[in-house]
Design a binder for this molecule. Structure first.
Ligand SMILES: Nc1ncnc2c1ncn2[C@@H]1O[C@H](COP(=O)(O)OP(=O)(O)OP(=O)(O)O)[C@@H](O)[C@H]1O
Length: 734
């Protein structure tokens, strides 16, 4: 029953021809749902009345319960169907194209009929989407559009084809409909119409009210209307109540993803009658003038904006979309309509903005990156509703008269270009105030994420740097330790060799040389070639326990080295206090150059000798074992006081002394605690393997090749010092 009614009604509303089967199904379903709702309302009413008459029995209650369940089920199904309908509906529009072009040819007017003008437009009754234009040479040019309206087609027929697009605004899509064409071809007639045959503007609002009423169960809509004109590149509000006041200067501003005109009157409309009054007052305020082509020619572009705010009552989703209904000024060429003065100026502005519209359409057609929307107020205003993700409908208006052939061809060619634009699918417009809020939140989140990422990257790079430095540090520490070990071992070896050489020389020098014999200065035997030197060994930073062997060796070594130092040692000893003596008992490392000279100058002068003695100074609160550190720590230590009595510079932890290995001095120095301690340091060293060791470390090899030996204890000053002293006067002391 309801389906038949639905189809019957559909036929009524679609007299233009066959409707798509899918649309028919959608419409039929909508009517079915409507009928069911009505039935439900009647039943509910009956039940309510029954309630007031008498208390309902259990059967009535049961029926009520069942009815309620059925209602809920129906409501659910309706919502599903409604959403499916919207989806299918939009799909149909998209399949037809988001930019659509309708051509409308007006009938010959009285003047043209009187003049006996010929028809240049030909229509095929079986085809509603093409027309032929007969040129002056009788050749025909074919034009195809989405729909072609013949002169006899009325306003209803036009709106029936327009309706599917305009109603998209209720689904949240931006829509723009504009009428383009030569002056006097019926642009205003199509858009505004007359009280007898109303145009697209009024019919659109009427339809919007009808649908919003129909959807009132699931959607709540609010409709607002603004009306403005662009006259000589100035925006003028057509809905300002007191037109005696000087017009406000209106400018286009980019706000929340769309173009807004702050200060523009936006009137909320509730019904069709109100709308009609509004449209009438707006069009009366419009700038019109008389031209040779049209007595009441529109000298401006008239833009009617319908803003639709929608909110779903089911899920609360909000939409805010615009529908622009634009009646453009005439596109005629200036020369043709014989204008001058103010009219000429108007025409120039009109042509300029229409040319800008053409550029925008060309750019959209050629899909260039930059679309010159801002070249005119008209295109700037329509930016968010032209091309891209919007639905656009263009009416190209033509005159059938042979006198307007040139202008008609111009308009048709322009329209054909517009039709060539392939735009992407239309996008639903959310309410931008909500969207803007979310956008800001998303931007903040993005910014925070970026900052966090940056910080993480910084942290990572710092960690990498630290790791690299630690690695480098470890390598350097290793190198330093290795070099120290090598140096210590080398010194040990040299000390042994020198001790041996001193012992040998002292034995050989026992028979004293004859008086007056020329003193021979024996040169210190050179160290063996670097390859034959003893291997360097690791140094330990602990004092080895005293052993009988140590004591014996200490005594031997000390007795030898101390004998030549007697004179200086005496001075040192006398200056030592009890505290200093205590500090001297602490392990020390010293270097000494020994000259085996006798007390008298008559004796044979022994070659100058140098002895390096490493001493150990325990650091109470440190685990570090490098000599550098030990040395540095020693500086801080109070024990440094004892050292001051030995050397001029208390910071130096290495001493070079000249001494005589002669036996007469040995006994006196044998018990010098410093020497004993110092020597004991070496007594714990493992046996060396002379001759079998070859240094591998490049630094050691390089140092061995030179006559210089690097001392780590001097490394603080980064200076190298010769370890082998040249022959100098015996009093020299470092
Ligand atoms: N399809 C039509 N059927 C009947 N009359 C029409 C039709 N189209 C236009 N007319 C009439 O032609 C005349 C000029 O139309 P209209 O003013 O709408 O042209 P226009 O293109 O808006 O001109 P302008 O650009 O100068 O404003 C009007 O009197 C209008 O009633």
């Amino acid at each position: 029953m309801s389906e038949d009614i639905a189809l019957g009604r559909n036929k009524e509303t679609s007299p233009q021809g066959p409707t798509l089967p899918i649309l028919q199904k959608i419409i039929s379903l909508s009517y079915q749902i409507q009928n069911l709702k009505k039935e439900h309302a009647i039943l509910s009413h009956q039940v309510k009345n029954g309630n007031t008459d008498s208390f309902p029995g259990p059967e009535v209650l049961e029926t009520l319960h069942l009815l309620n369940n059925a209602y809920e089920l129906l409501k659910k199904k309706y919502l599903e169907e409604s959403s499916e309908r919207r989806r299918l509906y939009n799909e149909v529009i998209e399949l037809k194209g988001n930019i659509r072009v309708f051509c409308r040819c007006r009938p010959l007017n009285q003047v043209e009929i009187a003049n006996g003008s010929n028809y240049v437009a030909e229509f095929d009754p079986s085809l509603d989407n093409e027309l032929h234009i007969i040129s002056s040479d009788s050749s025909k040019k074919q034009f195809k559009f989405d729909h072609v309206f013949k002169p006899e087609d009325n306003q209803e027929a036009v709106f029936a084809q327009t309706k599917p697009i305009v109603t998209s605004v209720l689904d949240g899509y931006n829509v723009c409909i504009f009428a383009y064409g030569q002056t006097g071809t019926g642009k205003t007639f199509t858009m505004e119409g007359t009280p007898e045959s109303r145009g697209v503007n009024y019919r659109t609002l009427e339809e919007l009210f009808r649908i919003s009423q129909e959807r009132s169960g699931i959607m709540r809509y609010e409709l607002f209307v603004s009306m403005l004109e662009v006259y000589n590149e100035k925006i003028r509000d057509l809905l300002v109540e007191n037109s005696n006041q000087p017009p406000k200067k209106l400018e286009i501003k980019q706000a929340e993803g769309t173009q807004e005109v702050p200060g523009l009157v936006e009137t909320r409309v509730y019904g069709t009658e109100e709308v009609w009054e509004l449209l009438k007052s707006g069009s009366q305020a419009r700038s019109v003038g008389s031209t040779s082509a049209n007595e009441l020619s529109s000298r401006s572009h008239c833009l009617l904006r319908v803003t639709v705010k929608g909110q779903s009552l089911i899920d609360g989703q909000k939409t805010r979309s615009h529908l622009w209904l634009v009646d453009l000024a005439g596109s005629e060429r200036v020369g043709k309509i014989e204008v001058e003065g103010e009219r000429l100026k108007e025409s120039q502005f009109i042509n300029k903005s229409l040319s800008a519209l053409g550029d925008v359409i060309s750019a959209l057609a050629s899909k260039t990156g930059h679309i010159p929307y801002r070249n005119s107020k008209l295109t700037h205003m329509l930016q968010s509703s032209l091309g891209g993700d919007c639905k656009t409908l263009m009416f190209v208006q033509i005159s059938p008269s042979a006198a307007d052939l040139g202008e008609s061809l111009c308009s048709l060619n322009f329209a054909a270009r517009v039709r060539g634009i392939e735009s992407g699918p239309a996008r639903k417009q959310a309410d931008f105030t909500e969207l803007f809020k979310y956008k800001q939140m998303a931007e903040k989140l993005q910014h925070d994420e970026k900052e966090t990422k940056k910080l993480q990257e910084n942290l990572q790079s710092l960690q990498l740097k630290i790791a690299a430095r630690e690695h480098k540090c470890r390598g350097l520490q290793e190198k330093v330790r290795e070099l120290e070990n090598q140096l210590v071992e080398e010194r040990k070896t040299r000390l042994k060799q020198e001790t041996r050489a001193l012992a040998a020389s002292s034995q050989s020098s026992l028979p004293s040389p004859k008086q007056g014999e020329k003193t021979k200065v024996e040169r210190k035997p050179p160290l063996g070639p670097s390859k034959l030197r003893l291997p360097l060994r690791r140094i330990t930073n602990f004092i080895p326990p005293p052993s009988p062997l140590h004591t014996m060796k200490i005594k031997t070594t000390a007795s030898m080295v101390q004998s030549s130092m007697q004179d200086k040692e005496n001075i040192a000893r006398t200056s030592m206090t009890g505290r200093e003596t205590k500090s001297l008992l602490q392990p020390r490392r010293i270097s000494m150059a020994a000259r085996p000279t006798t007390a008298t100058s008559a004796q044979v002068r022994q070659p100058k000798r140098r002895v390096s003695i490493a001493t150990f100074h325990p650091e109470p609160n440190s685990n570090l074992t490098t000599p550098l550190h030990t040395s540095a720590s020693r500086l801080k230590n109070k024990g440094a006081v004892g050292r001051q009595s030995f050397v001029k510079d208390p910071r130096k932890a290495r001493y070079s002394r000249l001494f005589s290995p002669l036996p007469e001095f040995r006994s006196a120095s044998e018990t010098t605690p410093t020497v004993m301690r110092s020597s004991s340091k070496f007594m714990g060293s493992p046996p060396t393997q002379a001759g079998s060791w070859k240094p591998r470390h490049p630094t050691v090899v390089a140092l061995q090749k030179k006559s210089l030996v690097w001392s780590p204890l001097k490394s603080r000053g980064v200076k190298y010092r010769k370890s082998l002293l040249p022959s100098r006067p015996s009093t020299e002391m470092q």
